[in-house]
Design a protein. Structure first.
Length: 170
């Protein structure tokens, strides 16, 4: 495409509403030039600046129970999927930062493992179980890139931290 057409296309795509991320995904499937526009880091920065704070795709609430698993508590605000594994038996959301969700997932035949999931892009990475009881640690996923600004961490490196909860006695 000619540069002028690329600029006009970018301006149109910039105005797609952020509260339904599948619009951007579908636009990327139209043709390769649109995909190039949408993948450009400059476009993604402008999109974030233009729309401000990203929309809330849903609210995850982790309910502690002693026996059995609680019903999933997700109040979706869009049509984003509840989990990257539709056939998973159980999952717990442990943390959510910089556009990523850290899940502790039980999948039949695979057992427990961690999954770092980007609900906007659908990207996921499974990590091995650390081999310590899940009741004795807290976990966090984060972006380790210095100077990132955390406006567009999708697809970049991530860190995972596990630590025992702090207890105080009086």
């Amino acid at each position: 495409m000619a540069p002028l057409i690329d600029d006009v296309t970018a301006e149109i795509l910039l105005r797609l509403p952020p509260d339904e991320p599948e619009h951007l995904f579908r636009a990327a499937l139209v043709c390769k030039p649109w995909l190039r526009v949408l993948r450009d880091p400059g476009f993604r920065r402008r999109y974030r600046t233009f729309h401000g704070t990203p929309p809330l795709l849903g609210l995850l609430h982790r309910l502690q129970v002693i026996q059995g698993d609680p019903a999933p508590r997700l109040a979706p605000t869009t049509s984003a999927p509840l989990s990257p594994y539709p056939d998973c038996d159980r999952s717990r959301a442990l943390d959510c930062r910089h556009g990523r969700v850290l899940l502790h997932v039980w999948v039949r035949g695979r057992g427990w493992h961690f999954t770092v999931w980007d609900p906007v892009t659908g990207d996921q990475q499974s990590l091995p179980e650390p081999g310590i009881p899940w009741l004795i640690y807290t976990a966090a996923v984060f972006c380790p890139v210095a100077g990132c600004g955390h406006l567009d961490c999708h697809g970049g490196p991530f860190g995972l931290s596990l630590w025992p909860p702090t207890t105080t006695t009086s």
